[in-house]
Design a protein around this ligand. Structure first.
Ligand SMILES: Nc1ncnc2c1ncn2[C@@H]1O[C@H](COP(=O)(O)OP(=O)(O)OP(=O)(O)O)[C@@H](O)[C@H]1O
Ligand SMILES: [Mg+2]
Length: 290
């Protein structure tokens, strides 16, 4: 299946000719069996990825591009391989036993499953927001200062500035500024998730990965996290696994639809939602299965 990550930029005079050129390139790539190019340069590129867990073939010949500085939502029914795909982006699958990975995951053009690659360098580029927030067992302040301290920042004044900056960025500052020394687990679950977001941002990642990052939250907290993703989309490449089609419709720039370990269809959200090319995508979007 060939993902089409073509973005139409309507404001430019040369749209028509640009589109024409891009379509030509797409056709050419199609013939070569490669994914189509995105107008946004890809930040992560997956090529012919096959993943086997305990001898089960979980991801099947996945090839796709994750565009730079945009929100890409991965959707599909339970068990189709969304989490597994996300884990290949920061080599988290390495922690599982009996895993076999074939193919390539290129981040900034580098195959992260190559033998010479340092896992720490890859993970530094990425922040991961999981379903349940997992603050470190320390104060609100120390949760944010933890990463910068590891990277050698010691001056209290600098750390204070960093803590304030990222708590503000995550929309939490006003709620916690008077109790920075309180334990992080004294926060509500929604606040803890924003704290985890702030902690991730404080180490300056380029990519934010989220696996059902709002599914354990109440509607108001969920909305706040969603708004954060939207606010951050110009600065980071954001990849979100979501069960909630409505969420994907609200915030996705690009969508990847998976089924039984394969990418069925991928492309700009506007195209996938309004005019899916594959019957299976249409049936999923129409709620025939979930
Ligand atoms: N360690 C493992 N050994 C064998 N099979 C596994 C292992 N981990 C996951 N799987 C299987 O891989 C498939 C994909 O799982 P994955 O967690 O990626 O799905 P998902 O799309 O994220 O589902 P959900 O929406 O329920 O979170 C499932 O069938 C799952 O049972
Ligand atoms: Mg999952």
């Amino acid at each position: 299946m060939i993902p089409n990550l073509l973005r139409v930029e309507k404001n430019e005079d040369s749209t028509v000719s640009r589109l024409h050129i891009q379509k030509e390139m797409q056709n050419e790539n199609k013939e070569k069996g490669e994914p189509a190019l995105s107008a946004n340069k890809p930040h992560i590129s997956v090529r012919n990825l096959n993943v086997y867990l305990s001898k089960n073939h979980i991801l099947k010949n996945v090839s796709l591009d994750i565009p730079d500085k945009a929100i890409t939502c991965i959707i599909g029914p339970s068990g189709c391989g969304k989490t597994t795909l996300l884990k290949t982006f920061n080599r988290l699958l390495q922690n599982s036993t009996d895993v076999k990975i074939e193919g390539e995951v290129l981040v900034d053009g580098e195959n992260i499953h190559g033998s010479k690659v340092e896992v720490e360098n890859i993970r530094k580029k990425m922040g991961l927001l999981s379903q349940r927030p997992c603050p470190l067992p320390m104060s609100i302040y120390d949760n944010i200062a933890y990463g910068p301290r590891i990277h050698g920042i010691r001056r209290k004044k600098t750390l204070n500035i960093i803590v304030e900056k990222y708590l503000k960025e995550a929309g939490l500052w006003d709620e916690v500024k008077d109790r920075l020394k309180s334990p992080a687990n004294s926060l509500s679950i929604g606040q803890q998730q924003r704290l985890c977001m702030a902690r991730g941002l404080a180490v300056k990642p380029e990519i934010i990965l989220g696996d059902e990052a709002t599914s354990a939250l109440d509607p108001i907290s969920s909305k706040k996290i969603e708004e954060l993703f939207v606010k951050l989309r110009d600065q980071y490449s954001i990849v979100l696994v979501t069960h909630t089609l409505r969420q994907a419709r609200r915030i996705a720039d690009y969508v990847i639809f998976m089924y039984l370990g394969e990418v069925v269809e991928a492309g700009p959200a506007s195209e996938i939602f309004s005019n899916p090319k594959e019957k299976l995508t249409k049936e999923y979007l129409d709620g025939y299965f979930s």
